[in-house]
Ligand binder design. Sequence first.
Ligand SMILES: [Zn+2]
Length: 282
Amino acid sequence: MTTLYSMTSTPKIYKTEAIVLRHFAIGEADYLLTLYTPNRGKLRAVAKGARRVKSKLGGHLEPLMSTSLLITRGQNLDTVNQAEALEVFRSVREDLNKLSQALYMVELVDTITLEEQPNYPIYRLLLDALRALAGDAPPSLLPFFQLRLLGHTGFMPELYQCVECGSTLVPGLHSFMPGRGGTLCNSCHPPKVSVLPLSLNSLKVLRFLQREEYISIERLRLEPETLVEVERLLEAMLQYVLDREVRAMRFLNQVRPGQNAGGNRHVYDIQHAVQSQDGLLR
Ligand SMILES: [Zn+2]
């Protein structure tokens, strides 16, 4: 989709930073890239010859990398002329647990956004999340990312009022209705709709994640069962918004600490994940 913004404001040749969401081999030696940029949102561009061993673009356009690009606008597709990796997030690539979270995050951003719709908060959220993962990110990073991404795309769940009757929620047992975008009080039981149980602890955590900045989230320590419940609710909400399952979630669940059966399985899992991401890590 071409927007007024892109027609009037972007010169023929422009420089931008971008996070590489995915790349896809096309032609003899090219890559078709899906990028997320600070000022133009998601865009696709071709990197000609990038798969050749001697290409100057090679090694600067791998998925998850933050990179500085010089791009020429094309009628249908832009072309990357120069690329210089700014942050490669090596520690994320070398740790299956971190890698699976990063792949899930980039897939979420890719599927929830439209091309050429600038959304700087999403760019910032993804970059900050990758940086956090490269460090010592707490388990609450993932639900923080899920919730904030929903918020930045206009789907922030309602956590203070019942989405059915509008009453202010009082402490107690509630449920969560992804299809209506939020919480139900304990008096409302709409028929024939999918609802999930929502404990008071999880509701408090969701409100905390909604309200606080990442610096506070870093100090948040969650009970494992609360973390599972919060992630399940947010995943259900994301599935509803996207109208499909996020494929990288399966990989994420397989490689989580305490959820994998043995070292050999990692080999299969990462190959499977790579295949299912259309060559994401090739
Ligand atoms: Zn109600």
